[in-house]
Design a protein around this ligand. Structure first.
Ligand SMILES: Cc1cc2nc3c(=O)[nH]c(=O)nc-3n(C[C@H](O)[C@H](O)[C@H](O)COP(=O)(O)O)c2cc1C
Length: 429
């Protein structure tokens, strides 16, 4: 029977996705960032809640200068999620481990080696969210200049080509471990990769053998036409942050992109942010508590940083004007749809975005949240959802203890994992 798939998205900064959430009295995320026990607890809770996986969103650098206030108010410290995955993998058996890694930050050879190590150590549970660096600060941190929007994807196509060749070059059959002959591998089965491209080159024997799931599962999140073509070409699944009104259009665009490149469409996971309370009023209260903690200047800086714009507080009560930027064309399109009741003012958009970046909230009791999730899944035919937490671990525990059992009772969520790799559990392949 078809069931709904869930990943939970996290970041490794005190804010996580919701600006100033660390200042909420129940928050343990900020204090837990450097604590192995905290990450282990999250991993075990996600597996208890039968999530497909944890998904770390990440940028290499802390943000552009326009987002300076968010830096002061919870943007750092930000440990490297790649280092957290083995911790989370060590206390779980089935939970998928997805990390964002930018094609900016290391040569493809190194990415394949580092990702392949964790993929193998976790028994085939790694996923890679391939991003191309929408923040100029990612490049500046490395002394590089940010290429323009489409060129970043052209470069990433080449990057992926090298990764595929390296993944394919060392099959498990090459390991013969013949103690009599002293040969550990059969070198005739390992291919040397020779690639010279416009942007990247690689000349190497691979050091990493293919993992139990073959290669890491690939996630992508670009939302422009070029980004969607890139996702259709490479991704197994996409993480879409879109307002509810834009979901049908996004799914149609994903299918159209898949037709253009001649592959089956990637599985679409829409971002949602549940606020769960014993009563609807209690859930509403959580939203109000979080919005009240957001400094409006910070909310503006965060929105401006993402959209490549500088906003002034004088504009707060005017509807926002749409302009395309080099930063993220997809997000600009999403802005147009964010308010279901007409054009949002800058203040409304900034506060919504500060807590729930470009995604719908579901506010209510576990029953109400489960009902909405089921209705949206049935209406749109999306594959699943990326659940965005608010206060952690409280909001995760509320989902796992309240919503998971209800969806399981309805036969809409797994009670046991079907396989051991992320590919088997997420793609059911
Ligand atoms: C839902 C979503 C999640 C994203 N997560 C990240 C991320 O974690 N790190 C990052 O550097 N970029 C992230 N991005 C940025 C995209 O990878 C991409 O660079 C950006 O959206 C610009 O491309 P586009 O115009 O095709 O959307 C995300 C984008 C979206 C829409």
């Amino acid at each position: 029977m078809t069931q709904i798939h869930f990943n939970m998205v996290m970041t490794t900064s005190p804010n996580s996705h919701a600006q100033s959430v660390w200042a909420h009295p129940l928050d343990q995320h900020a204090a837990g960032l450097m604590s192995p026990d905290y990450w282990r607890h999250l991993a075990m809770t996600l597996e208890r809640g039968r999530f497909d996986g944890v998904f770390f969103a990440d940028t290499l650098a802390a943000g552009d200068s326009s987002a300076g206030e968010t830096l002061a108010q919870g943007g750092v410290p930000r440990p490297d999620p790649l280092e957290l995955l083995p911790l989370m993998g060590s206390v779980t058996k089935y939970l998928g481990l997805a990390t964002t890694l930018s094609t900016v930050c290391m040569a493809p050879y190194l990415a394949v080696r580092r990702l392949g190590t964790i993929d193998n150590l976790s028994g085939g549970r790694l996923a890679w969210n391939v991003v191309t660096g929408y923040l100029a600060s990612d490049f500046e941190a490395l002394g590089l200049k940010q290429p323009e929007h489409d060129a970043r994807y052209d470069q990433a196509d080449e990057y992926m080509e090298i990764c595929y060749r390296l993944w394919d070059a060392f099959p498990p059959e090459a390991i013969i471990a013949d103690k009599a002959s002293g040969d550990f591998v059969d070198p005739s089965l390992i291919k040397r990769v020779e690639y010279t491209g416009k942007y990247y080159s690689c000349s190497a024997f691979p050091t990493m053998v293919r993992s139990p799931q073959g290669r890491p599962l690939i996630f992508q999140a670009g939302a422009s036409n070029r980004g969607m073509d890139f996702a259709a070409t490479h991704a197994d699944a996409v993480f879409a942050l879109q307002p509810r009104t834009a979901w049908a259009g996004y799914l149609a665009q994903t299918r159209a992109a898949a037709e253009r490149v001649g592959r089956p469409p990637p599985k679409v996971f829409f971002g949602i942010q549940p606020f769960i309370g014993k009563t609807e009023a209690e859930a509403q209260q959580r939203v109000a508590e979080l919005e009240a903690r957001v400094p409006i200047g910070t909310a503006l800086a965060r929105l401006g940083g993402l959209l490549g714009r500088v906003f002034s507080e004088d504009e707060l009560d005017r509807p926002i004007e749409i302009r395309e930027t080099q930063a993220s064309q997809g997000w600009m399109t999403a802005v147009e749809h964010v308010s279901e009741r007409g054009a949002p003012t800058l203040r409304q958009l900034a506060l919504h975005f500060a807590i729930s970046p470009m995604m719908p909230r579901i506010v209510g009791t576990p029953e109400q949240v489960a009902d909405t999730i089921e209705a949206w899944w049935r209406e749109t035919g999306c594959y699943g959802f990326t659940v965005t937490p608010n206060v952690l671990p409280d909001s995760l525990e509320a989902f796992v203890d309240g919503v998971t059992p209800l969806l399981q009772k309805r036969g809409l969520m797994r009670t046991e994992y079907a396989g051991t790799t992320y590919r088997e559990n997420l793609l059911q392949q």
